[in-house]
Every structure is written in C-alpha cells, then in structure tokens.
Design a protein around this ligand. Structure first.
Ligand SMILES: Nc1nc2c(ncn2[C@@H]2O[C@H](COP(=O)(O)OP(=O)(O)O)[C@@H](O)[C@H]2O)c(=O)[nH]1
Ligand SMILES: [Mg+2]
Length: 349
C-alpha cells in the first residue's frame, strides 16, 4: 500500500519520518517497521539519533519514497511505501500540472497524512491562507474517491504551541470543514492528531498506526472478497456439472464443469490460506491504535468484525465439508452393500 504525506516545506515531514522510524523500529507492542533500502535506513537512523539529542534533520528538498516492511512478533506480513511529497503543489504558484499530479496521487493513495505546522499557524494569520489550497485538494479528493482511504491531519511542532484548548480550537478551524466532510462519507476515514518529534516525542505513532491499521483491514477485506468470488465460481460450475458434461468434455478435450469447480475450490483454499496470517495482526494492530488514540476504537470494532466474519465463513465451510464427506461415505457404503448383495445372488445361483 502507498501512503502519501502532504505538507508545505518546513511543516516537519522529514523530521516526522525520522521520529516515526525510531518508534516503529524500536517496536510498538509487537509491531515493527523496517526500511528495505539500507541507504534510506542509514539516513533515517542518523536523523532519529540526532532527534533524540534535540537536533533536527537538515532540510532536504528531495522528493522521496521510503519502502517499509511491517512485522508482527518477528514475522513480516505487510509492505508499504511512504511518499514524501514536495510542497510545490500546495502553494499558490502551483502549476496545473503540479495540481493534476497531486490529485492523481491522492486519488490512488491508500493513506493520506496532511502535515500542518501548528507553530506557524499559531503565529500568523497568513498561514490560514496557506492552507486554502490544501483544503481545495482534500475537498476534491473526498468528492472523487470511490475506494476508502484513511486521512490523518497531523499538527506538527505541538511542543512549541500552548496546550490551551482555545488555542487548539482556533488552530483546527481552517481544516475542520474537511474533517467534517470526510467523516460524513464512508470513503474517507479522518482523524486529527498533535505530533511532536523532539527529544520528548508525542503522538508520533498515530499517523503510522492509523494508516497501517486501515491498510491491513482493507487488505483483509480484499482477500476475503477474492475467496468469496472463487467460491461463487466453484458453486456455479458445480451446479452445471453432470455426467453428460463430463463425457462430452472428455471428447472435446475441454475442461469439464466439475474440473472447473475443483480448480476454483483449490484457488479459494489457497486464498484463504493467504488471508489467515493477516487476521490476528489486523486485530492486534487496531487494538494498538486504540491504546494510543481515542478515535481508534471504531477501527478495533471493524477489525474484530472482519475476523469474526472470516471465522464464521470458515466454520460454515468446515460444516459443508463434513456434510460432503458424510454423503460420500453413505454412497460408498450403499454401493458396497449392492455389490455384496449381488455377489451373494451370484453365489446362490
Ligand atoms: N520543536 C519542534 N520543531 C520541529 C518539529 N518538527 C520539525 N521541527 C522544526 O521544523 C523544521 C523543518 O522540519 P522538516 O522536517 O525539515 O520539514 P519538511 O520540509 O516538511 O520536511 C525542523 O528543522 C525543525 O526546526 C517538532 O516536532 N518540534
Ligand atoms: Mg523535508
């Protein structure tokens, strides 16, 4: 899955990547992330070490995609990339091409994290104006998307802003309409979080967990749908199967319906096997999110529902298999009885 990070230059994106990597690599309740490119990993670790001593990473204008693997209890189970977006498309001088590209990326993203510099916003009204384009881009994304996507609005440098609720209420005002618009659709799943990345990090794991938790859940749903689709194909083919079809396909050299059904069954089984290792991590990840973030509870319910559904589908399937075996045994016994009776008759003659 691909997570897109959006924010003006100096909003704290590069810093966040380093802080997030430090937290994710150290491990969050059995979950760990690892960068797959050694050069990127070295850079992230260097920046993370500096952050621990209160030094911030040097500014870099590079647009970069980081590739990561997520593991649970030492087992890799999910790949994701995290794209650092150049701030250009968010400024008023953005070209139509910049805008088209960022809209395309937002339409395709599996997770969106918007970085808002809380300190700059608190200091000047100009910054409210600077958020205008971000608002427009997000509005269009909410209107155009057809596939669900998690959205995090992360207020960075929270350590430099007063804790006063009135201050935060004012800070949130420019993007509140976006959060409300997103919350009113099932397509964009929004949350808001305050992040600080210095020597005393706060909220750092939330954007990561929010995106990954929804990403893993979406993957569970996708694989479940694939299993269901295969089973539907199998059921349809099984309904059409007959001795006549068996014989005619033998002559025509085509695949008979019963073979098609068996193949589709096999595929469904394979897909079910692929799905199984995701279920527990999906549930644990959602629970981990809920521990660190108030909005996480809904995700936990969704993960539990997905696991339950998949479990009950498996039980139904098992029951069907047992019934099939039972009927096969009954038929075999019946055939044996007939043979024995027939032999008996022969002997008697
Ligand atoms: N106090 C504080 N300063 C931060 C924090 N995050 C970023 N900064 C400051 O913001 C500057 C720009 O951050 P950077 O990550 O390079 O922004 P980017 O342009 O969005 O990648 C840093 O050099 C820091 O001075 C934070 O959590 N706390
Ligand atoms: Mg940067």
């Amino acid at each position: 899955v691909r997570i897109v990070m959006l924010g003006h230059s100096n909003a704290g994106k590069t810093t966040y990547m380093a802080a997030m990597y430090a937290a994710g690599r150290a491990g969050i309740r059995g979950f760990r992330i690892r960068a797959t490119d050694p050069a990127r990993e070295a850079e992230l670790l260097r920046n993370a070490a500096a952050l621990r001593h209160g030094r911030f990473p040097p500014p870099s204008a590079r647009h970069s995609a980081h590739e990561f693997v997520l593991s649970h209890r030492g087992r890799d189970f999910f790949d994701f990339t995290w794209n650092d977006y150049r701030g250009g498309a968010l400024t008023d001088s953005a070209t139509d091409r910049d805008t088209a590209q960022v809209l395309g990326d937002l339409a395709a993203a599996d997770g969106i994290v918007v970085f808002v510099d809380a300190q700059a916003l608190a200091r000047s009204d100009d910054d409210r104006g600077r958020l205008r384009r971000t608002t427009v881009l997000l509005q269009r994304t909410i209107a155009n998307r057809t596939r669900a996507v998690p959205l995090v609005i992360a207020y960075t440098k929270a350590d430099l802003v007063s804790d006063d609720p009135a201050v935060w209420q004012a800070l949130r005002r420019p993007l509140d309409p976006i959060v409300e618009a997103a919350a009113s659709t099932p397509i964009v799943v929004p949350t808001v979080v305050r992040v600080s990345c210095g020597a005393r990090p706060q909220g750092v794991q939330v954007p990561l967990l929010w995106c990954l938790s929804h990403g893993v859940l979406a993957e569970v749903t996708r694989r479940e749908n694939a299993v269901t689709a295969c089973r539907d194909v199998a059921a349809l083919a099984r309904a059409k199967a007959s001795i006549g079809n068996e014989i005619s396909s033998l002559f025509k050299g085509t695949e008979s319906y019963s073979t098609q059904a068996a193949n589709a069954e096999k595929q469904a089984k394979q897909q079910l096997a692929d799905l199984a290792p995701l279920l527990r991590p999906a549930e644990r990840l959602a629970a981990t999110l809920a521990r660190s973030h108030r909005d996480g509870a809904a995700t936990v319910r969704a993960a539990a529902a997905a696991t339950r559904e998949s479990g009950s589908a498996r039980r139904q399937r098992r029951a069907q298999e047992i019934r099939n075996v039972f009927f096969s045994v009954v038929i075999i016994v019946a055939v044996l009885v007939v043979i024995v009776l027939f032999m008996n008759q022969l002997m008697n003659l």
